[in-house]
Design a protein around this ligand. Structure first.
Ligand code: FES
Length: 132
């Protein structure tokens, strides 16, 4: 009977630790699960400079037609503010306090310390694959 109690307690601890991640860990975990394909022949990604958020990624089409994808949320202050893509300057900008990230997701202006996660992209015809 004691062994059963110990096993149940151990299982409960493992279960609780799995679901009690910190906010940053949750964001990192979500970033790992971003993998999808999207048709870029229509909508915001059909033209250079366009962008949209889809399946947990901010996808942008640069002024030269390349596709980039990053985590869509500002890392400053953990406010979960969605970033905008500035196609003319090829950077991501937070509308709240103007934190700015380059096309690699690296902070180029602002007080934050955490860069965006950048995803890989691969274009086949009009289908863009976004993946970790
Ligand atoms: S919340 Fe994005 S810069 Fe402050």
């Amino acid at each position: 009977m004691k062994k059963t109690t110990i096993k149940i307690a151990f299982a409960a601890i493992v279960f609780m630790s799995f679901f009690s991640c910190s906010e940053g860990k949750d964001d990192e975990d979500k970033a790992l699960f971003v993998e999808f394909t999207i048709d870029v022949s229509t909508g915001a990604l059909a033209a250079n400079g366009g962008s949209l958020v889809n399946n947990g990624a901010l996808i942008a089409r640069t002024s030269t037609g390349e596709f980039i994808a990053v985590t869509p949320v500002c890392t400053n202050e953990a406010t979960h503010v969605q970033l905008n893509y500035d196609g003319a300057n090829n950077k991501f900008v937070c509308p709240t306090h103007n934190e700015q990230y380059n096309s690699l997701g690296v902070i180029i202006s602002g007080t934050g310390t955490k860069n965006l996660t950048k995803y890989n992209t691969a274009l086949t015809g009009t289908m863009l694959r976004v993946y970790p």
